[in-house]
Ligand binder design. Sequence first.
Ligand code: ARG
Length: 359
Amino acid sequence: MREEALDFLALCHKELGWDEAKHLARKAAVIDAIESSATWQPSFEELEHGARVAWRNNARCIGRLFWSTLHVRDRRELVEPEAVAEDLLEHVRLASNGGKIKPLVSIYAAEDSQGAPLRIWNHQLFGYAGYGQQANGQYLGDPKNEAFTQVAQKMGWQGEGTHFDLLPWIIQKRGQAAQLFSPHDHDCRRVSLRHPSLEWFSDLGLEWYAVPILSDMNLRLGGLNFRAAPFNGWYMGTEIGSRNLGDEKRYNLLPLIADKMGLSRNRSDALWKDRALVELNEAVLYSFAEEGIYIVDHHRASSEFMRFVKKELSENRLVSGNWSWLVPPMSGSASELFHRGWKTRDYLPDYQLQPKGWR
Ligand code: ARG
């Protein structure tokens, strides 16, 4: 921890324009704190910068041009599940911002010598239940959330049984049983999907939620673990149109859309999947735009990413990147990112994967 904390203070010294005296003073204070209490407390300035740099460092994210605009809510004093659930609603409101989505992170109590004081078990604050395969052979809901849905059901939660049932929140305080919270439906902005020219599209009854708020990653900062630090940006259309709705292991909608489009699915070389993907993705971008909810298309996101890379180089920083995550999942070679190699580098701070809360 000491080493990571000192590296982090050096980063702040360099990037926040600290003078030598301030750097020395913070180093002394932090070493002291770690020696006496095996942990340390970042100042707000440090926490804010660290949370932003963690975004800048995350090798999987194509949206990093905007890292320095991340809004940071310091909620480290909160450990009571009721208070956290209440506070998450405030996060949702601020982040949704009437459609003009704000990148935002809310940081709750840090891990100490006894472990994490608090965990949010949800993968994202919004997500749809996955109920498994039904008698008719059809999958009901989002397979991605099947395990979480079962955990919630064991705790007494019951969904309505549609394809798009919002999941409850499960928040656990250390040493206590996890608690269920059900945000009201109107807390979550949802977008019904329609298509600018295919009139039947709206009859499919598809939707997605406006803001992806990742709530199961660990913010690793200065040797500390903030295991409850939900954050959001805005969506890139392909996340929904290609992956969430298109993947065979998710909503698997390409066959249905191809049928509605009157395409024959006999021959893969007629490219029916590709045609269906384009229409599905256009519907996502169109519907969000119509409702005034910010979303970025993959072409624009790619050029923004390349601007980020240039900007980082001009600050003498090399970007950490993971090719298979960065290249958009549609028309990959139309993105400049596709034609470049990317190296993942072990930069910290970062948002990291961690074991599921219920394991
Ligand atoms: N891919 C995830 C989803 O479709 C969201 C991941 C974060 N995405 C973002 N644009 N910040 O829900």
